[in-house]
Design a protein around this ligand. Structure first.
Ligand code: AMP
Length: 280
């Protein structure tokens, strides 16, 4: 049976007590909802690791800037509960903003240099909001484990850093990006793509495939490969960044190696698309 909590801490606490009787470590899967197979893979992994699995569904206002898509972010709590429950969640919590950010709340997490590149340049508020909400969820739920997707690779690196910097007693687990059959990285925002624009959205995955092919064929110079990929980038797809970086410190790479990752972000009709992949 999956517990569903829609209220605040006073209704969450007894639900967490019930989970404690399972005598298993707590595993947390934080999400913004409108669940898809990428989220469900995280829930299944937590379940398979033997955790009492807590899923949170919260569209976190502090990681959106004014004018971004907070209001239009897709939401469907009923469907989310059903999917999370089928995937093996023991508890799904749908907190309201005033529970996570009660009156008087004013203390945020300020991530450092890792948050000032890639997505952090066009969304300077973003990673501070992510770290703040994840820290708060960690404090409220006190999981021993938490699962995050490599689809948001920079987020995962920054959260790993936060766990080290704050001595948080939680182990983070990264899961590979789950893709549609055609290669498009699954994302709740894909629901907002017009069907006829989907092919354009696939440009990110096509770039990744080309980069991996080129690496496999022996190419090692980042600059020339980037120039080729950028030359074929369609004008209708607003490129935010296309960069080769290492997976630990997210430093720019001039010479490509097997663990080098290609990071991509773009806007299509107001929908933000991101993707990344190692070259091997
Ligand atoms: P979101 O609801 O988009 O904030 O994502 C919640 C969690 O699911 C984050 O850890 C994401 O990295 C992860 N996630 C989102 N999309 C995917 C995907 N396609 N594959 C794997 N994990 C994903």
């Amino acid at each position: 049976m999956t517990l569903r909590v829609a209220g605040g801490l006073s209704s969450l606490s007894p639900a967490l007590d019930i989970l404690r009787h399972m005598e298993r470590p707590f595993g947390l899967v934080p999400t913004m909802g409108y669940l898809h197979e990428g989220h469900l893979a995280l829930i299944r992994a937590a379940r398979e690791a033997g955790c009492a699995t807590v899923v949170t569904v919260f569209v976190n206002p502090t990681q959106f800037a004014p004018g971004e898509d907070f209001a239009s972010y897709p939401r469907d709590e009923k469907r989310d509960f059903r999917l999370a429950s089928h995937a093996g969640a023991d508890l799904v919590w749908f907190p309201k903003a005033e529970v996570i950010y009660p009156a008087g709340w004013q203390t945020s997490v300020l991530p450092g240099a890792l948050a000032k590149r890639l997505c952090g340049l066009s969304r300077p508020h973003f990673f501070g909001g992510v770290c703040s909400v994840v820290l708060r969820l960690f404090q409220i739920i006190q999981p021993q484990h938490a699962w995050f997707g490599e689809k948001d690779f920079q987020q995962l690196v920054i959260l790993r850093r936060m766990v080290v910097d704050f001595f948080l007693p939680v182990t983070l687990h990264g899961m590979p990006t789950v893709r549609e059959p055609d290669g498009l990285a699954m994302s709740s925002r894909n629901a907002r793509l017009a069907p006829e624009r989907r092919d354009l959205a696939l440009t990110l995955w096509r770039c990744i495939c080309r980069a991996r092919q080129a690496y496999g064929a022996g190419r090692r110079d980042a600059a020339t490969l980037l120039a080729e990929l950028r030359a074929d980038w369609p004008a209708e797809l607003g490129l935010d960044y296309m960069e080769f970086r290492d997976p630990k410190e997210l430093e720019l790479q001039e010479k490509l190696g097997p663990k080098t990752r290609l990071f991509l972000a773009a806007w299509l009709d107001g929908v933000r698309l991101i993707d990344n992949s190692p070259l091997e």
